[in-house]
Design a binder for this molecule. Structure first.
Ligand code: HEC
Ligand code: HEC
Ligand code: HEC
Ligand code: HEC
Length: 380
């Protein structure tokens, strides 16, 4: 695997060298003719980036007043295949132009005043928890307002591992799990929405079910294999394995049987339950349902305000450090910012500085929050 990646890297470096048709001159060393630049922009760029440097659609970046040396490096990146265009090779347009034409077009855009955007006056910080709370309103009728359900047969989500909740929703989406008809609302949710809902529930304290039967511990004889994965007393630190302690007893009963009978498709769980009789499953369900619930050990992702302070350490540099040319982010288009961050995180847009910081963007919700922060700032 690693060997292959290494071989591929060598090959790409080699190909990049070969396809470098014009050599790679430093575009910023070429003289600038703004009038000629305006003409190139009119012919080749304005259809997407506008004459005023404002992207005509959300996924097209604003170029007006952007750091000039950064823009020059960026167009050359597309030209030399160093940068993958997340919108599908539309920037191939640069290949048909001479270096002088590109230099002039970029210089023209950089010389324009910043775009006028609708900077939001009220600066409320993006909060995973508050987003999740708002988005979970339609779920409250069954799962309870805070995820502590009061409806028999409905699973408790409060305190549950968020990775498991996300995984479960994905399974409903892709059909691995049969979607209960009342879950239709889940269909319209974006990945970032689902993450926010999962984080909201995870951070709420789980409560024991209201009518608490005494734990007869009869089920204890059947659970030695379960606790290997689900943790002692049915709560553990493996974020992909659901906590069972204090779960709704009717739900446990139904779901354990559906794994056993292969109605809910999961190989591991099917094997673990093979051979258990209905009466034994009742005992196991009662056992876990009456154990005191434990909140997930999951730590929420870093807040947007705290992350932004780190971003600004580099992104306020502009062109002051030629080895670390950083674009302005304020007032940039939301959808473009989301595309850019996602491609850094997923490895399609190579840049070591942005790669290392993108380890803080494991959640799509974090990327959404950062994009919302920067796009709602006044363009400078
Ligand atoms: C068909 C639409 C289209 C045309 C025409 C086009 N662009 Fe782009 N441009 C895009 C899109 C979409 C992106 C973002 C691609 C990505 O996600 O990497 C982009 C990105 C860029 C970037 C990188 C900006 C950044 O913030 O990193 C520069 C610079 C740029 N274009 C300059 C130009 C210039 C100069 C021209 C004319 C010679 C031009 N573009 C023509 C659609 C277009
Ligand atoms: C009308 C009742 C109802 C509503 C509304 C509802 N659910 Fe559910 N939910 C259920 C039932 C019943 C199950 C168990 C289904 C099964 O066995 O697969 C369930 C299961 C789940 C699970 C799997 C939990 C586990 O432990 O495996 C998740 C996650 C979930 N729901 C999230 C949501 C979210 C998010 C919403 C709101 C967008 C929502 N549900 C709305 C009734 C509901
Ligand atoms: C090898 C690891 C493993 C073992 C052993 C195991 N489980 Fe699981 N269990 C899982 C995983 C992983 C899931 C999540 C499956 C999914 O995504 O549908 C799960 C899901 C469940 C669920 C669904 C919870 C919910 O909220 O939807 C129940 C109930 C459950 N297990 C009970 C048991 C019982 C009872 C035993 C012992 C007889 C057991 N498990 C043994 C790994 C295990
Ligand atoms: C260590 C320095 C550094 C830090 C910290 C940093 N960046 Fe960057 N960022 C860069 C550099 C350098 C580039 C230009 C990379 C390139 O040419 O592709 C960049 C590019 C970007 C772009 C692409 C913009 C465009 O116009 O295409 C986005 C979006 C971005 N950063 C967002 C962020 C966010 C959000 C954070 C904080 C979570 C952050 N960056 C933290 C150095 C940094």
């Amino acid at each position: 695997m690693n060997k292959n990646i290494f071989a591929l890297a060598i090959l790409l470096i080699f190909l990049a060298g070969c396809s470098d048709k014009h050599g790679s001159p430093d575009l910023s060393k070429l003289s600038l003719d703004l009038e000629a630049g305006k003409a190139v922009v009119q012919d080749s760029c304005a259809i997407c980036h506008g004459m005023d440097g404002k992207g005509v659609a959300g996924n097209i970046p604003n170029l007006a007043a952007q750091i000039e040396t950064y823009l020059l490096k960026a167009v050359q990146g597309y030209d030399h295949g160093k940068r993958v265009d997340s919108s599908g090779k539309v920037m191939n347009v640069a290949e048909g132009l001479s270096h002088q034409q590109l230099r002039n077009a970029v210089g023209y855009y950089a010389s324009l005043p910043p775009v006028v955007n609708q900077a939001s006056k009220v600066k409320t910080e993006y909060s995973y928890y508050e987003r999740g709370k708002a988005l979970s309103k339609p779920c409250a009728a069954c799962h309870g307002a805070d995820g502590n359900t009061t409806v028999a047969g409905v699973p408790r989500l409060a305190g549950q591992h968020p990775q498991y909740i996300i995984k479960a929703v994905k399974a409903y989406h892709d059909g691995t799990r049969t979607m209960p008809s009342m879950h239709a609302k889940l269909d319209g949710l974006a990945p970032a929405d689902i993450e926010n809902i999962a984080i909201y529930y995870a951070l709420n304290a789980p409560r024991s079910p209201a009518s608490k039967a005494a734990n007869s511990h009869e089920g204890a004889q059947f659970i030695s294999s379960c606790v290997r994965c689900h943790g002692p007393s049915g709560s553990g630190d493996d974020l992909s394995v659901p906590n069972l302690a204090g779960q709704n007893v009717k739900y446990l009963n139904t779901v354990i049987k559906s794994y056993r009978d292969n109605v809910r498709d999961h190989k591991v769980m099917h094997q673990a339950l093979a051979g258990l009789k209905d009466s034994e499953i009742n005992m196991v369900a009662t056992y876990f349902a009456t154990e005191p619930p434990v909140q997930t050990s999951f730590a929420p992702p870093e807040t947007i305000n705290s992350l932004v302070q780190k971003c600004d350490l580099c992104h306020s540099l502009g062109s002051t450090n030629p080895d670390m040319l950083t674009p302005k982010l304020s007032g940039q288009n939301r959808a473009y910012l989301i595309n850019a961050m996602t491609t850094y995180r997923d490895g399609d847009r190579g840049n070591s500085a942005m790669h290392s910081i993108s380890s803080t963007m494991l959640f799509d919700a974090t990327i959404e929050g950062l994009a919302e922060h920067y796009s709602s700032q006044e363009a400078k």
